[in-house]
Structures are given as structure tokens and as C-alpha cells.
Write a protein that binds this ligand. Structure first.
Ligand code: IPM
Ligand code: MN
Length: 353
């Protein structure tokens, strides 16, 4: 297969983990005979510094020309504590989502048997947990009308029927290929937007009689997720709830550094870790590259290349088993491997299989 990849390393640890993702893609294409080409583009704080825009037009065009985007992270502390900043790196991420029409953010939550003890939750609660969170990504509070002055500010949570329908369909299609259980998470006891979600969900659910649907308020869902994570198969929810619930869900796996995601929609799909730019670790070669590497697995799987995805997952499992791990998940007494050493080990594994 010919694949044109736009690579957006971004800020903080972004460039370091991006390199591991690119190396793994190159190894896979060599191993399976694909032609993969990479085109790099600026985003985030580095793009603000270079051209004054966190998602420049040229980056957008590079993404549009590509078959997929390999994205890493954006965010910079220089902007975090300055509420007066006119442009912020995160606006680049929102612009990318909006302009590429990435309405569906797929975040799989899985446990790795060798890492179950890293979760702050008890082993018998998390072991075997396996669900995906489908987060609506181009609507809701993130994109609704906003107002801000010194005494008053608001954000509006707007959703239209077509926006809700299309994300629900994504959820039901995933459920059909999994354990056929969809949980619609909302706050329909309070929010009008949630009541529309629930109404539309009740209609769509009838089109999928083989799928069990349940409805859960977000406060209850946040509790259930850590009390009984195995309950869930496919969660579908609006933008803000999905943002919050997936950070919570990362505690099930044990490290933010392990969770990949895919954002799909109208134009080029984007594959990225769910974690941020971890500026304190920038340049230290300590960030876990596995979330980025697993996002490469999702990328190949998106194009129907299941065997390639499987080999990446197998390599990741093998690296964990061999204790080739970055410091935050290393076993007591184990040598802490750097970002690039973990990446290289996985590349070697792929070449050898
Ligand atoms: C995420 C991130 C982003 C979000 C930030 C960086 C804007 O937290 O992808 O979950 O809130 O969507
Ligand atoms: Mn988030």
C-alpha cells in the first residue's frame, strides 16, 4: 500500500515520541512491503513562534494532501499561566479538529496484564477491563458561542441532531464488532443538549436491535468507571464529558503514556496519544513512546492492515514483558529505558519477526 503521512510533532515531548512513531512506521513498511512517505508540518507553540499561528494554512494543506496524520502533542507552559495570551497552542488542536472535520475521537482503554499493578485501582477491579470511549470532538462547549469580559463569561453547549446521529452511528458500528453494548453518557436530568442526545439515541438504538443500550448520567458513569470498569464496552458521549472521562479512564491502564487514539471524520484521519506535551520532560528522553507507537497500530488498522497492527501490539507487549520500559512504569530494580531505547527495541522486534 502507498501511504502519505503528515507528521506533526508539535511541542514538549512531541518531537521525541513522534520520532519513535515514524521509526516504527518505517520498520513496518519495510517488513510488509508498503511505500510510506512522510511530510513534516508545524503546529502548536512552535508554529506560533515560527509564523504566529498554531495551525498554519500550510500545515492544513499538508494534512489535506496526506492519507493520515501522525500527531504527537501540543502545549507550552509559557501560555498556560497567561490568560491574556491572544493565541494559544491548544487553539491549533481545535482548529485541526474543526478544519479536518474530525468529529469522532476513538479512545480504546485496555489493560496490559504486566501493568495491572501500576493502576491506582485494585488488580481485581481493573484486570480484563477493555472498552472504548467514543468522544464527539467538533461540537459542544469547545466550539459553541463564547463570551468573556471581566465580570461575566459563558460557553454554550450546542448540539444538532445530525451531529448526534453521526457520532452515535460510529459508536453502534464499533459495538457491532465488539460485545454489542453501548452506554450513552449524558446529563439529561439537567442539560437540554443532553435531552436531545438521549432522544436521538433512543431512535438510533432501534436500528441496532442486537446491541444493548443503556443511558447513564455522567456523574454516575465517572463512578462506575472506577468501580466496575469491565461493565463498559462502548461509551459514547459529548466533547467535554469525553475529555474528562478519558483522563479518568487512563488510570485504569496505569499510565497516560500508554493510551493511543484515532480521530476520524470528514477528511484526513489523525492518530495521536491521548496525553499532552509534558513540557517538564522535554529533551530528557524519558517520555513513554508507547501511546504514540500504539497510535501507529491504530493507523494501520484504519487502512485494513490488521496484521501490521497486530505485530505492533505484539511488539509492545513483548517490550513490557522484557521490562524494556520507561521510568514511570519500570519494575522496582529494573533499568529505566529511554524514549529512544524503547522505540529502537520495538523497531528491532518488528524487523526480526
Ligand atoms: C485532549 C486534550 C485537549 C482537549 C486539549 C489539549 C485542548 O486534553 O485531547 O483530550 O481538551 O480536547
Ligand atoms: Mn483531555
Amino acid at each position: 500500500m502507498n501511504l502519505k503521512i503528515a507528521v506533526l510533532p508539535g511541542d514538549g515531548i512531541g518531537p521525541e515520541i513522534s520520532q519513535q512513531g515514524v521509526d516504527v512506521m518505517s520498520a513496518l513498511s519495510h517488513r510488509f512491503g508498503h511505500q510510506v512517505s512522510f511530510e513534516y508540518a508545524l503546529c502548536g507553540a512552535e508554529a506560533i513562534d515560527a509564523v504566529g499561528d498554531p495551525f498554519p494554512e500550510e500545515t492544513f494543506q499538508t494534512c489535506m494532501r496526506a492519507d493520515a496524520v501522525l500527531f504527537s502533542a501540543i502545549g507550552d507552559p509559557r501560555f498556560d499561566n497567561d490568560p491574556t495570551a491572544k493565541v494559544r497552542p491548544e487553539q491549533g488542536l481545535l482548529a485541526m479538529r474543526k478544519r479536518l472535520g474530525l468529529f469522532a475521537n476513538i479512545r480504546p482503554i485496555q489493560t496490559f496484564p504486566s501493568l495491572v499493578h501500576k493502576s491506582p485501582l485494585k488488580d481485581d477491579i481493573v484486570s480484563g477491563a477493555d472498552f472504548i470511549c467514543i468522544r464527539e470532538l467538533t461540537g459542544g462547549l469547545y466550539f459553541g458561542e463564547k463570551y468573556e469580559d471581566d465580570d461575566r463569561a459563558y460557553d454554550t453547549n450546542v448540539y444538532t441532531r445530525p451531529e448526534i446521529e453521526r457520532i452515535l452511528r460510529v459508536a453502534y458500528e464499533y459495538a457491532m464488532r465488539r460485545r454489542r453494548h453501548v452506554t450513552v453518557v449524558d446529563k439529561a436530568n439537567i442539560l437540554a443538549s443532553s435531552r436531545l442526545w438521549r432522544k436521538v439515541a433512543q431512535e438510533i438504538a432501534q436500528e441496532y436491535p442486537d446491541v444493548t443500550t443503556d443511558y447513564m448520567y455522567v456523574d454516575n458513569a465517572s463512578m462506575r468507571m472506577i468501580q466496575e470498569p469491565r461493565f463498559f464496552d462502548v461509551i459514547v458521549t459529548e466533547n467535554t464529558f469525553g475529555d474528562i472521562l478519558t483522563d479518568e479512564a487512563s488510570c485504569i491502564t496505569g499510565s497516560m503514556g500508554l493510551l493511543p487514539s484515532a480521530s476520524t471524520g470528514e477528511h484526513t484521519p489523525v492518530f495521536e496519544p491521548i496525553h499532552g506535551s509534558w513540557p517538564q520532560a522535554k529533551g530528557k528522553n524519558i517520555a513513554n513512546p508507547l501511546a504514540q507507537i500504539l497510535s501507529v497500530a491504530m493507523l494501520f488498522e484504519h487502512f485494513g492492515l490488521a496484521e501490521e497492527g497486530r505485530l505492533v501490539r505484539q511488539a509492545v507487549d513483548a517490550s513490557l514483558e522484557a521490562n524494556v520500559r520507561t521510568p514511570e512504569i519500570q519494575v522496582p530494580g529494573g533499568a529505566p529505558f529511554g524514549t529512544s531505547e524503547v522505540g529502537r527495541w520495538i523497531v528491532d522486534y518488528i524487523h526480526k519477526r
